[in-house]
Design a protein around this ligand. Sequence first.
Ligand SMILES: N[C@@H](CCC[C@H](N)C(=O)O)C(=O)O
Length: 277
Amino acid sequence: MKFTKMHGIGNDYVYVNCFKETVENPSEVAIKVSNRHFGIGSDGLILIKPSEVADGKMEMYNADGSQGAMCGNGIRCVAKYMYDYGITDKTSISVETKSGIKYLDLTLKNGKVDTVKVNMGAPILKASEIPVVSKKEQVISEPVTVDGKEWKITCVSMGNPHAITYIDDVKHLEIEKIGPKFENHAIFPDRVNTEFVHVIDRNTVEMRVWERGSGETYACGTGACAVAVSSILNGLTEEEVTVKLLGGDLKIFWDRKENRVYMTGSATTVFDGEIDL
Ligand SMILES: N[C@@H](CCC[C@H](N)C(=O)O)C(=O)O
């Protein structure tokens, strides 16, 4: 299988051009290639496929083989791949995902894609649609007991489920211990991605993420969007937010008039390769 290793601020995936390749068992392939000791090493697998309704289609799998409906860092890399490898020559493109069609604007440097701005669509706040089990219609700063401790969480779906909690010190958080407890908590029937956030100022936050199906990653694009929405709803930031993640920064803007979240960030190619499966 021919592949390209790419990352969006350190959130790395193995990308396969399914305009040319066929991947028979994507969940199994995701588990195999993601392994950092016996595989290629990545947070998961992303297939770039032809689409009948958009310029291309993204299909994403986490490192445990589970499928994610949306991937913010992944979709920027899909756009870069489609332009740099000649699938399209357009700098405004559409990509079909399991959570709808997303629209992306590419910025070039030396003829290659450097940064990508994505219209991530409207955030979903209705508890039953995220899904999160709650008596409330929306979960905004609600208490929940995880690992014997009370946390305040805000829940947002950006096509995939996120729980956001604010803490004083993200650096020293034992995320490997607490992350799985959130991910598999009974109130999240589809499991959840969890963002641990510290507000730096009214336009800047820092976060670490425990991703459903992949564990701690260096960045999560949908997570950064969910954090911006949560921070605005909780009155902690303005509508333009720089989200600082382990692997770099993402600029998020929630246009509340149109109810659209925009994410801007880099997309990077690491290398092309070929693997026997
Ligand atoms: N890293 C991604 C999100 C990947 C999917 C997620 N783990 C899920 O299962 O929902 C991003 O950049 O958004």
